[in-house]
Ligand binder design. Sequence first.
Ligand SMILES: [Zn+2]
Length: 91
Amino acid sequence: MNVLDKFNLTYDELIKVVLCKKCSYIPMIRLRGKWNVCGTISIDGHLSVMRDYALLVNEVFTNQLIKSFLLLPSSSITKYLLTSATSLALE
Ligand SMILES: [Zn+2]
């Protein structure tokens, strides 16, 4: 069963960026280890994006995929976030 169909969502409608909890529509940018955009800071904003994506799309994450979603500046930061998210999930 396709979960996107169940929620009447298309792939394009999926939120694939880290959104500011205050402004709720501006994609946050990863700066110096934190998500930031307007002064509101998030440490682990990427986790809910990854979780929602995993639940809804049921696809294996790749570095390139997550990097483009989360507007990350480099593959090494992406790798770090993926690795830390995976170790959290296993705890
Ligand atoms: Zn904001």
